[in-house]
Design a binder for this molecule. Structure first.
Ligand code: BGC
Length: 287
């Protein structure tokens, strides 16, 4: 008998808890890219609940962006929507200029905008490759560069935060797990990891913290086909030891913590939030 034969192979299905978010980011100014849906939306709402004023960046979907803005304002924080393509240098520069004019500065950048353009390698077009690298990786570089410029100009304001600024890069478990049929996406996320760590190393002495979040399967529009039917969900769960899909709020809460002074000694780190997807689930009963 194997030593693990009396252990259930899966966690019981669980319902996500939703503890309250405390106002640990009062007085801080945040920019969240791709904030009108999915993970970005949830992060923007969570930062707003934590007391930050938020710029809701988006590229398409005015109504959804305005809905996020209204929800943040209803909790008492300031917010506005800003349409800009993060892969376009002049649009990014203009977005930061406007934010500094409106809010005075930036304390928190959440580099979230991202997409997938999936295809087998032999069919992947250069356009599919360039679109994904342009938005997922170059877009994060352009926004990080503008944020660092402002963080260094302003320095630490102790009444606001003990850091001069915080950047959170939305990466993925696919900075670790290779992904057949998604080489552009996995390459962009692997690139984010080394970009994040290199920027973190470069700017730590200015008290600027740079980290990533690596979500696993989260219930958002990007991956509807893996959770919208019971068969697909069951198949997905073979990859998730914790036996539930992630909810966008799982990521929102983590972003609040990473941006707050409670995480002041955390820099250059990838925080994996994946219900165990990166734990080689096949080895729970094999190997
Ligand atoms: C992808 C999702 C996928 C998840 C786990 C994410 O980065 O965007 O489509 O479900 O990784 O594989």
């Amino acid at each position: 008998m194997s030593p693990t034969s009396n252990v259930p192979t899966k966690a019981p299905a669980v319902v996500m808890p939703n503890p309250p978010i405390h106002r640990v980011l009062s007085g801080q100014k945040a920019l969240v890219t791709g904030a009108n849906s999915g993970i970005g939306r949830s992060v923007a709402l969570a930062l707003g609940k934590a007391g930050a004023d938020v710029v809701v960046n988006y590229v398409a979907g005015d109504e959804a962006a305005e809905a996020v803005v209204s929800e943040i304002r209803s909790g008492g924080a300031k917010a506005y929507a800003h349409k800009a393509d993060v892969s376009n240098e002049s649009q990014v520069v203009a977005m930061f200029q406007k934010m500094i004019a409106e809010f005075g500065t930036i304390d928190i950048l959440v580099n979230n905008a991202g997409l997938q353009r999936d295809a087998p390698i032999e069919q992947m077009t250069l356009d599919q490759w360039n679109t994904v690298i342009g938005i997922n990786l170059t877009g994060q570089f352009l926004c990080a560069r503008e944020a660092v410029r402002e963080f260094k100009r302003r320095g630490v304001v102790e009444a606001v935060s003990c850091a001069a600024g915080k950047i959170i890069c939305m990466s993925s478990v696919h900075e670790i797990i290779p992904w057949a049929g998604h080489v552009n996406y996995a390459a962009s996320k692997g690139g984010i990891m080394m970009m994040m760590k290199s920027i973190a190393q470069e700017v730590a002495r200015f008290r600027i913290r740079v980290n990533s979040i690596d979500p696993g399967a989260i219930r958002t529009p990007i991956n509807t086909k893996v959770w919208s039917s019971p068969e697909a969900y069951e198949k997905l769960m073979t990859l998730v030891p914790y036996n539930r899909i992630g909810e966008p709020e799982d990521i929102g809460r983590a972003a609040v913590w990473l941006a707050s002074d409670a995480a002041d000694y955390v820099t250059g780190t990838s925080l994996v939030i994946d219900g165990g997807m990166t734990l080689y689930p096949g080895f729970a009963t094999g190997g």
